[in-house]
Design a protein around this ligand. Structure first.
Ligand code: HGY
Ligand code: MN
Ligand code: MN
Length: 416
């Protein structure tokens, strides 16, 4: 089956307009987005996405985790569908493109196939995965994780946000509990278009990242318990300061990551200090360590070293210390045949490209467990992401969607 000609391209203006339109829902305060999962803004964005999909002739299915699947029929209804998608939820100070480019780029691919009047043997499905970010409800990639059988739905429904609200209750509140059994859908392949969220592609002057692997991750939630006391009248030798413990462990996390260079990262992003009063020594601190590496041995070693360091610091300061893993996936190898198709598509279209390992986690990392999966990446300005100033160029967005278009058409098999 000949692949479509390199002259077949998406409509860059239509894609960009869709991105800008979606960015108006759950706007941030500095030009980005705050469309956190299962908020009213998330619900509004879902409705807009559904309207657009139905406007492109697709039918929408939703599973009990709120994952959305818009289907464009193929000529062979028994053929396994080709999936493509990402996530519409954002960080609290997120950008306009993280996840959203993958969902709306996939919609643009279908709109282009419609314009061309092309038929494919396999159905094509555009997907929005619920709660990829894990910002409001840990862990990240929660719903694709349930879909892939990594988490149970009960576990997911029971996850709570910082205000104690349950995932299952919030999903019901915004009206997005679907009727499909999670994970029942079978896929021929899944592609995820995503911004790199790092500096490599831009620095190397490449338009396309051919993603061969994804680095692995641990999120370790550490709870230190000391004793609330007066910051003024309590002698230094009588303090049991959980805040000091958190500060020392944060520094150790950085040192551990630096000791495993290259290909290792570590930081503390989320901290809850109790009682969080200016003149009270913190009696309790709950914070999450995020460590990652593409190398399994480094990832495992870093986890062990962080846990050892945390207990040692706690012992020095007389603190209680408990550690709960709240997120984890091992390094990922994407499907080599699909990776090759992405590389060939970029070459056919004349886009500069390079193989790359994803620094960030993505829904594709879990779907890779249950179906042949890979990713297409485009650069982002200064490699910045998870920041409202996240930016890409319309040309980069179009290049990524063009490569997605050709890769998906090849796997979905254009019918003459
Ligand atoms: O944490 C991640 O890598 C992704 O942005 N959820
Ligand atoms: Mn993302
Ligand atoms: Mn993200």
């Amino acid at each position: 089956m000949p692949a479509p000609g390199e002259n077949l391209r998406i409509d860059p203006a239509r894609l960009w307009d869709s991105l800008m339109e979606m960015a108006k829902i759950g706007p941030g305060v500095a030009g980005g987005c705050n469309r956190q999962t299962l908020t009213d803004a998330d619900g509004e964005g879902r409705h807009l996405f559904q309207r657009w999909c139905e406007g492109a002739g697709m039918t929408m299915g939703v599973d009990t985790m709120g994952n959305m699947f818009a289907t464009r029929p193929g000529t062979d209804p028994d053929a396994l569908p080709v999936y493509m998608g990402s996530h519409l939820d954002t960080q609290p100070t997120g950008g306009k493109y993280d996840g959203v480019l993958g969902v709306l780029g996939a919609l643009e691919v279908v709109r282009t196939i419609n314009d061309m009047g092309l038929k494919t043997r396999h159905p094509i499905v555009v997907t929005n995965w619920t709660n990829e970010e894990g910002a409001r409800f840990a862990p990240a990639m929660l719903a694709s994780g349930v879909f892939a059988g990594i988490h149970t739905q009960d576990y997911a429904y029971g996850r709570t946000d910082p205000e104690g609200k349950r995932f299952g209750d919030e999903l019901a509140r915004i009206g997005w509990v679907g009727d499909e059994v999670v994970g029942a859908r079978k896929m021929k392949a899944m592609f995820e278009l995503h911004i790199e969220q790092g500096p490599i592609l831009e620095a190397e002057g490449r338009s396309i990242g051919v993603v061969t692997h994804g680095q692995g991750l641990w999120w370790l939630e550490i709870t230190l318990t000391g004793k609330d006391a007066h910051t003024g009248s309590t002698p230094m030798n009588m303090r049991v300061n959980a805040g000091l413990g958190m500060a020392r462990i944060t520094e150790r996390v950085h040192q551990i990551a630096m000791s495993h260079q290259p290909n290792a990262v570590g930081a503390v992003g989320q901290v809850f200090v109790h009682p969080n009063s200016r003149n009270v020594i913190p009696g309790k601190v709950v914070f999450t360590v995020d460590i990652r590496s593409p190398e399994q041995a480094k990832l495992d070693a870093m986890r062990a070293e962080v846990e050892r360091a945390a207990h040692a610091v706690a012992a020095e300061l007389g603190l209680g210390c408990s550690i709960e893993p709240v997120g984890h996936f091992d390094p990922v190898t994407f499907d080599p045949d699909l990776v090759k198709i992405v590389r060939q598509s970029a070459e056919k279209l004349g886009y500069s490209h390079m193989d790359i390992v994803s620094g960030a986690g993505h829904d594709a990392c879990w779907i890779n467990r249950v179906a042949p999966t890979t990713m297409v990446m485009c650069p982002c300005v200064d490699g910045l992401s998870h920041n409202e100033a996240e930016e890409i160029s319309p040309e980069w967005a179009a290049a990524g969607a063009d490569v997605l278009l050709h890769a998906v058409l090849q796997v979905a098999e254009v019918v003459e």
